[in-house]
Design a protein around this ligand. Structure first.
Ligand code: SF4
Ligand code: FES
Length: 489
């Protein structure tokens, strides 16, 4: 295993904890609470934690923090010291704290953001697909089959209006995504709108078009976090999967710049049969470049990925091996690298609560302004999507027909309707149900109670054991099939 990267921050009495450049306390005015804003997360905190976290400034020791709180609450010093240390160690292990003051300061909250009112049941995040244009042609692309062209994209001002509307109804996180968002020449202006709206900003990028100078500018404007997607760490495989040459070296550069600039860094690694054996090296890569998070994401087979399923699907044994590799790395890299492991649905017995529940957690907005309850919602038939150009986002969220189509549990059929897990997983993924069964209201076939589950799992076993077909690459304007198997790169 590599020894580069960061060391775990162990909290002791002499530690002087402070939030990193990419995490902070935030008043969530829509929900009338305080949270810690962090890469792709918002952690709700109670009043006692808030009292502790208001005292961390990079200059005050844990001993001094505990003494002050013990006096303030007339509590035993040893108990307070233990509780403070436990709280801070938990945050340090999420890579949200540093020892000593930070040279970087987050942008102050704008007066607009300080004036938001309460809003019950709003979204936690906004996925802004700034463009569908992309220099890569990944065979598992989750963008819709019909890509939107540059001449219909929302302007920076329209995105600004959308961000302000989203923040006003409770969105905390903004994912600037695509396609490749850095292809927007006005990305800086778009980001400035997001910062003014008070959103935690996450740039989701393939990194191949970014320069250090541009990243510095984005950091100065107030970018919080960068998610760099990788296809593999083996250059030949990465080039073949993305149909783009030289991506690995570029991603390594951008990841290093991100860390040097003090921004948060997640490496996103979609995993499939053609890179699954490189998972240990992918984990090493994430450590080497100083990422705080690694997403090991088994592919979801809808939209374009469905066309390439047989070329991508791993065997059950390989999937289980990948889970073991991640479990071992989690233990080994505690406090150094955090993991998100997205399981392979074909080998699951329970479905995921997809997108945090339909109409519950996120809004996705396409380049032309269509507001979607999930980024793949256009694969479902019969839904009408409102456009942020025509209708207020808060009204779309509350009353839009697409957002209400699968919200809650009333739409469910059996076996979900009478299942005691229906409020937990909300029936799983609508897009996967549609892709496999042809019925968007069916039980997600990842669930062992779905009548389609055995066929779903069996299909994977058959395809995964057959030789992989060539990839069907995607391009704006049409599909391209080229030799792509490992034997013929
Ligand atoms: Fe979830 Fe439906 Fe399966 Fe129950 S039957 S576990 S609600 S997907
Ligand atoms: Fe659309 Fe799961 S991807 S609901």
């Amino acid at each position: 295993m590599t020894t580069q990267g960061r060391a775990r921050f162990i909290i002791d009495p002499h530690s002087k904890p402070a939030f990193t450049r990419f995490s902070r306390l935030h008043e969530d005015r829509a929900r009338v609470r305080f949270v810690i804003l962090a890469p792709e997360r918002a952690y709700e905190i109670d009043a006692i934690s808030l009292a502790v976290l208001r005292l961390i400034d990079g200059d005050t020791t844990v001993t001094a923090i505990a003494a002050r709180l013990a006096a303030q609450f007339s509590a035993p010093l040893d108990v307070v010291t233990r509780d403070v240390t436990t709280l801070l160690q938990g945050l340090a292990d999420k890579c949200l704290l540093r020892d000593g003051p930070d040279a970087f300061a987050p942008p102050p909250l704008s007066s607009r953001a300080r004036a938001y009112g309460s809003f019950a049941g709003g979204p936690a995040g906004l996925l802004a697909e700034l463009t569908h244009r992309c220099p890569l042609q990944c065979p598992y692309c989750s963008n819709p089959l019909e890509l939107e062209r540059a001449n219909v994209e929302l302007s920076a001002a329209e995105w600004g209006e959308t961000f302000r509307s989203a923040a006003a109804i409770g969105a905390l996180q903004l994912h600037l995504s695509g396609g490749e968002p850095t292809l927007r020449r006005d990305l800086e202006e778009i980001l400035q709108h997001a910062v003014d709206a008070g959103l935690y900003t996450n740039l989701v990028t393939s990194a191949v078009m970014l320069t250090r100078e541009r990243l510095e500018t984005l950091a100065e404007i107030g970018l919080d976090h960068v998610q760099v997607s990788i296809q593999d760490v083996d250059p030949a495989t990465a080039d073949r999967v993305s149909a783009y040459e030289g991506g690995v070296a570029k991603k390594r550069d951008v990841a290093s710049w991100t860390r040097e600039l003090g921004l948060g860094l997640t490496i996103n690694a979609p995993i499939h049969r053609q890179n699954i054996d490189h998972l240990p090296e992918i984990i090493d890569f994430a450590v080497e470049v100083g990422a705080q998070r690694l997403e090991v994401a088994h592919i979801q087979y809808y939209a374009w990925a469905e066309k390439n399923r047989a070329a991508l699907i791993p065997t059950r044994e390989k999937f289980l091996e990948s889970a073991s590799v991640v479990d071992a790395a989690k233990a080994r890299l505690k406090g150094v690298l955090n993991f998100d492991f997205v399981i392979h649905d074909h080998y699951a017995t329970r479905p995921k609560t997809c997108t945090g529940g339909w109409g519950r957690s996120i809004i996705a907005v396409t380049p032309s302004g269509k507001a979607l309850p999930c980024h793949a919602a256009q694969t479902l038939p019969g839904l009408a999507f409102d456009n942020v150009r025509d209708r207020d986002l808060g009204d779309i969220w509350r009353n839009g027909s697409a957002f209400n189509a699968f919200r809650g549990t009333d739409w469910m059929k059996e076996p979900c309707r009478s299942c005691d897990r229906r409020e937990i997983d909300l029936g799983g993924c609508r897009c996967q149900a549609m892709a496999v069964t042809g019925d968007p209201a069916a039980t997600d076939p990842a669930c062992h109670l779905s009548p389609e589950h055995a066929r779903f799992a069996g299909l994977a076993e058959v395809e995964a054991h057959a030789p992989p077909p060539t990839f069907i690459y995607r391009r704006i304007g049409g599909a391209v099939t080229r030799e792509s198997t490992p034997e013929s790169p």
